[in-house]
Design a protein around this ligand. Structure first.
Ligand code: PRX
Length: 635
């Protein structure tokens, strides 16, 4: 019997030891006992990080939607699979049972097929958090199409880049979306994007807003009439274990976004197993993750992980502040949420509003609380523990990444004693290593270094779409034979890990990964801008905010700096989205550079952090004089 459900610390250590000593037997047992396979694998694992090439459950055949839906039909057909909680609390929540989900996914799958989508085709999904989002994801998976969900807060330019990078032939969107008090013209954004995307043949449009929108003849089709005509049975496509399931874009330090490719069997096994243990999900529980399905957290822990366990998972369309800051707690009370998973930035924003909204609601259903996406500071951790969990619900601070597919370092509730700001212990199967700058592993406890993983796990991304070399260069060349996460971490006296943050040029703002390069490229498009550099600085709600240093072109004319700041943020909003706007913009005459012309971000970071006591040796810079000037005018 595999240890599918870990219940106490002893058991965790036992399971962990087994997972490391004999990973293949460990994962094979879990895969064998808990999933539906059309054919079993020939080989559990083959791997070579130098290529890199990783294959799990090679030779196996399956369809992930049979595991997430069909196999529950006999035992849980009438159980609620998805609760849809609309943006407006006055609108009724929708409960979709496993039977209904099956029918909806089958119909949607048949629509996709009728529109010419075939196994291996890429389909871009650009939808708000409405049921059609989860259903279209599952429909793609059912017919073997590769979904590429783009978060509906991204701009038309960002959307076009992602559609073209993986040659999507279809886009699924809606006539608009609700976000708090705002209504957003999603279809208009898609229309703008598609001016640059000649490969898109069809746009399916779900109806959410009652508005008149332009439909392009021959390309755009309303979804509902097609669904009405579709058959409610769709035989799932039988997939190979290593067939791609989806592409999801994430920012890098340089260059365009990376389309991380996740494959089928390993991803399913790992997300299901982590979901069960990290949230201690029990059959009658109602689980809510507040993320958007446009991010990996939503893929793995709103859709695939929960549904693979036959869970009830909540999809929330709105924002934590609408109609007021009590909305999250209102939903917890209304749906009697047992597991609640959110981001530190949301906790900080809500903590700022005081406990009035919290106390107005009955939160006694809560059993487990989770956080993800960025380091959680001690104050926010205690606020969450005291006021939301009432010190009775363990907090799982889960560390992982788009690339890892599933949770990697985390407490297991009721088993692992928690410690504020610590993600604690590696999940079974995960072998972390801390590395020094010379590429040597740092053994022992009470040490810090660069966080790597030295053995494959089932849900790791297999490549970057269309650019395997970049995958290798980004993750497998910094440290030989190891996956490099890009994060720094420390290990305390008992072996608990604390993630200290990115060690590259990725900045996490409100839990969103932002690369500096695309933002700088956007700023540089302003006709008055000669050059720019972005760094992060601490922000009490967002974790980090963006600080831009901008050199203007010498045009001889004087410009209003406040207007320029607005224009720069406007360009960023158009090119990337409002999440990437700068909080501070300092105009400067120069940027500190090395003799080879590289911007010394370390110095800029220190100035933005208002920590200029130890800037290091600046005398070797190409232009040491600019440092004082930047310091004198810092914001
Ligand atoms: O820096 C780490 C941070 O978020 C990065 C991954 O971002 P993304 O791919 O967008 O995925 C976010 C959701 C899984 C990591 O490299 N991060 C994520 N979780 C934590 C974290 N930092 C500290 N503590 C965490 N629990």
């Amino acid at each position: 019997m595999s240890n599918y459900h870990i219940k106490h610390l002893e058991e965790y250590y036992q399971v962990y030891r087994k997972s490391v000593r004999n990973p293949e037997v460990f994962w094979e047992e879990i895969a064998e006992e808990h999933f539906l396979w059309r054919k079993k694998w020939n080989n559990v694992l083959s791997w070579d990080f130098s290529k890199p090439e990783v294959k799990w459950f090679e030779g196996a055949k399956l369809n992930i939607t049979e595991n997430c839906i069909d196999r529950h039909l006999y035992t849980r057909g009438d159980k609620t699979a998805i609760i849809f909680e609309p943006n407006d609390p006055k609108e009724k929540a929708e409960h979709i049972s496993y039977k209904q989900l099956h029918e909806k996914v089958c119909k949607f799958s048949n629509v996709l097929k009728a529109q010419g989508v075939k196994k291996g085709d890429r389909v871009c999904i650009y939808l708000p958090m409405i049921p059609e989002l989860a259903i279209s994801v599952l429909a793609c998976a059912r017919i073997g199409a590769i979904h590429s969900v783009v978060f509906a807060g991204f701009s038309s330019t960002a959307l076009a880049t992602r559609i073209n990078d993986c040659d999507c032939k279809m886009v699924i969107t809606s006539d608009g979306s609700y976000r708090g008090a705002k209504t957003i013209d999603l279809k208009g954004i898609v229309d703008d994007a598609l001016e640059e995307c000649p490969g898109v043949e069809t746009v399916l449009v779900a109806k959410r807003i009652k508005s008149d929108i332009k439909m392009k003849e021959g390309r755009d089709k309303w979804l509902q009439p097609l669904l009405d005509k579709a058959d409610n049975v769709c035989v799932p496509e039988i997939m190979d274990a290593e067939d791609p399931l989806f592409i999801l874009y994430t920012s890098g330090s340089t260059g365009k976004p990376k389309g991380m490719v996740h494959t089928t069997a390993g991803y399913m096994v790992y997300t299901a197993y982590t979901f069960k243990n990290v949230f201690q999900y029990k059959e009658e529980d109602v689980y809510w993750c507040t993320a958007d399905i446009g991010w990996i957290t939503g893929h793995s822990y709103i859709v695939y992980g929960p549904l693979a366990n036959g869970a009830t998972t909540v999809m929330f369309e709105g924002v934590p502040s609408y109609p007021d800051y009590g909305r999250f707690w209102d939903i917890v009370e209304k749906h009697k949420i047992n597991q609640f998973y959110t981001a530190p930035t949301a906790i900080r924003a809500l903590a700022k509003e005081g406990v009035g909204h919290v106390e107005a609601h009955d939160l006694s259903s809560l059993k487990v609380l989770g956080t993800v996406g960025e380091p959680i500071n001690e104050e926010a951790w205690h606020w969450y523990d005291d006021n939301i969990g009432k010190k009775k619900s363990p907090i799982v601070d889960t560390w992982w990444q788009t690339e890892t597919g599933g949770i990697m370092i985390t407490p297991i509730p009721f088993a692992t004693p928690t410690k504020p700001t610590y993600a604690t212990l590696p999940f079974p199967g995960i072998q972390p290593a801390l590395m020094d700058e010379n590429g040597k592993e740092i053994k022992g406890n009470q040490v810090d270094g660069r966080l790597c993983i030295k053995f494959p796990w089932p849900s790791m991304a297999r490549t970057i779409w269309g650019n395997h070399q970049r995958y290798r260069d980004t993750y497998f060349t910094a440290f030989e034979n190891k996956y490099f996460t890009g994060d720094g971490a420390l290990r305390d006296e008992v072996g608990y890990y604390r993630i200290t943050g990115r060690v590259d040029d990725v900045i996490i703002v409100s839990g969103h990964n932002l690369g500096t390069a695309p933002i700088e490229d956007a700023i540089n498009e302003h006709p008055a801008v000669a050059e720019s550099a972005i760094v992060g600085f601490p922000h009490d709600v967002k974790g980090n905010a963006l600080y831009g240093y901008v050199i203007l072109k010498d045009t001889g004319e004087s410009r209003n700096q406040d207007n320029l700041r607005k224009e720069i943020n406007q360009i960023i909003t158009e090119q990337i989205g409002p999440i990437a706007k700068l909080d501070k913009i300092q105009f400067t005459n120069g940027l500190p550079k090395t003799r080879s012309g590289k911007i010394m971000r370390r110095i800029l970071r220190k100035i933005a952090h208002k920590d200029t006591s130890n800037l290091g040796d600046t005398s070797t810079l190409l232009n040491p004089e600019v440092v004082q000037d930047i310091m004198d005018n810092a914001l």
